[in-house]
Design a protein around this ligand. Sequence first.
Ligand code: ZN
Length: 191
Amino acid sequence: MFLEQFPGEGRYNGWIEVICGSMFSGKTEELIRRLNRAIIANQKMLLFKPMIDQRYHEENVVSHKGSSLIAVPVENSSEILAMVTDEMVVAIDEAQFFDEGLVDVCNQLAQRGVRVVIAGLDMDYKGVPFGPMPKLLCIAEYVTKVHAICLSCGNLAQFSHRTANESGQVLVGAVEKYQPLCRACYNKLAH
Ligand code: ZN
């Protein structure tokens, strides 16, 4: 389990954490767990999500298990910089849907002393690195890759197989459109 590492003695530096993985890997659940700890510590926090993701509730970030936090929907990464004032923690869910400018925004926030916590899909349904995620993984101090369970064989899963017969990189949905698969089971489907 990821545990925050505070330098102590009044010192506080910014840093970037990324939680990545496939659909149903528990990314958002882990993001919410970390943010709830920041809230308990009385740290001022802002959570953003892309405007594109409107499943469940428009202003909540909700995990598949049902826990939730209030999130600010934004259209692009530059809106995040404009809205952050004196927050100690800035979080971004579904980061894969953001523009490439998110990388610079996260760097700027961390350099200002903000703890930046990012959650997102590392690969799209074709197994290709998704949006700004690969660069975010590179610039982060801490990376956590979480895994789902393969629905076909029970091994650890890292691919989000799309069961819906629709193309296009962005197709928001849950169980009815995707299933987590391990490498072997995913490859058997010959994408
Ligand atoms: Zn499998």
